[in-house]
Design a protein around this ligand. Structure first.
Ligand code: PBG
Length: 335
């Protein structure tokens, strides 16, 4: 018995264009290039390179190594580096005072990288958590993170970063009103060119775990709240992300970010569709660690998983990805 196929089969056979590499390339809807990557990098005050246990392949770099890495980024066609500090426990305090040290490790790294490769953009995280002994992004008052006094500290930190040569300020603290405060401080100090990429939709996520190891962040709950849920977003919410993004744009953000990345691709797509702003996603430390751990066990193909995950951000509509895989991915992409 022959069964009559349902129209429009076989007039439409979606497999036709999939049959060869050349035809697959021809109909490909999105592409990933090194220009889509922002290299997430950790700097420390010591010498050389120190491996991060929970992120195999990621190392904390000295200031001198950061400068070399900036040259590497340029040669690989990576447009921008996002730099995060590892601070010695002895230098931390409850107010994160070292965040505004003009000779701190971030300032020194930014200057060294801009000297070595001025063509590469440098982005700095604006938040106090690497510098506070309690690990929170702001100042603690009455058992919670105090919004407005934290913003004053963030402005001081951001101006130090800007004076060191930072091109993009990336506030990751999730205080209300911080983008407006940063923008007005930049304008009144004459820094009209400094860009702001706000961590606009940033969720209280379990996927930041390895980052806290990478930057030696304090264990939450010793002095303040046990988590960041009073300032970072509830993972259950999506409309709220649009309100966060709308506010940051109104306050003067040039680019917006969604974080974490892969578990929040729905948010990336909604933000892109709604605002048509330059939109980035952060493939965070836990996402990196998951891929590396599964690959180490032989459960997934490491290289394919890296490129597939990065490509997913482009498909979701992102303009680019902040990722610890940046140099490896750029090499795989044949830079
Ligand atoms: C701090 C900050 C965090 C990350 C970037 N900036 C951690 C946090 O909010 O707890 C996470 C980066 C990563 O996990 O790779 N404000």
């Amino acid at each position: 018995m022959t069964v009559a196929p349902l129209a429009p089969y076989p007039a439409t056979r979606l497999r036709r264009v999939r049959q060869a590499d050349w035809s697959r390339r021809l109909v490909r809807e999105t592409t990933l290039t090194p220009s889509d990557l922002i290299w997430s990098m950790v700097v420390h005050e010591g010498e050389g390179r120190v491996p991060v246990a929970s992120m195999p392949g990621v190392e904390r770099l000295s200031v001198a190594e950061c400068a070399k890495a900036a040259v590497e980024a340029r040669d690989l066609g990576i447009p921008c580096i996002a730099i995060f500090p590892y601070i010695d426990g002895a230098k931390k305090d409850a107010t994160g005072a070292m965040a505004a040290d003009p000779d701190g490790v971030i300032s020194r790294a930014v200057r060294a990288m801009k000297d070595a490769a001025p063509e590469v953009g440098i982005m700095c995280d604006v938040a106090l958590d690497p510098f506070t002994d309690h690990g929170h992004d702001g100042l603690i008052k009455d058992g919670d993170i105090d919004n407005d006094s934290t913003i004053e500290k963030l402005v001081e930190q951001a101006l130090v970063q800007t004076r060191a040569g930072c091109d993009i300020l990336a506030p990751s603290d999730m205080m209300d009103g911080r983008v407006a405060a940063l923008r007005s401080a930049l304008e009144s100090e004459g820094f009209q060119k400094t860009m702001i990429m706000s961590y606009a939709a940033k969720y209280a996520s379990a996927f930041y775990g390895p980052y806290r190891d990478a930057i030696g962040s304090g264990k939450l709950g010793t002095l303040g709240p046990a988590d960041k849920k009073t300032y970072q977003q509830d993972p259950a919410n999506t409309d709220e992300a649009l309100r966060e993004v709308a506010l940051d744009i109104a306050e003067g953000a040039d680019m917006v970010m969604v974080k974490p990345g892969l578990p929040y691709l729905d948010i990336v797509r909604r933000v892109v569709d709604e605002f048509a702003m330059p939109t980035f996603a952060f493939q965070v430390s836990g996402e990196y660690a998951m891929i590396m751990a599964a690959a180490a066990n032989g459960w997934i193909d490491e290289q394919r998983a890296i490129l597939e995950s990065l490509g997913a951000f482009k498909r979701a509509g992102a303009d680019g990805v902040i990722t610890y895989f940046a140099p490896r991915a750029a090499r795989m992409l044949g830079a």
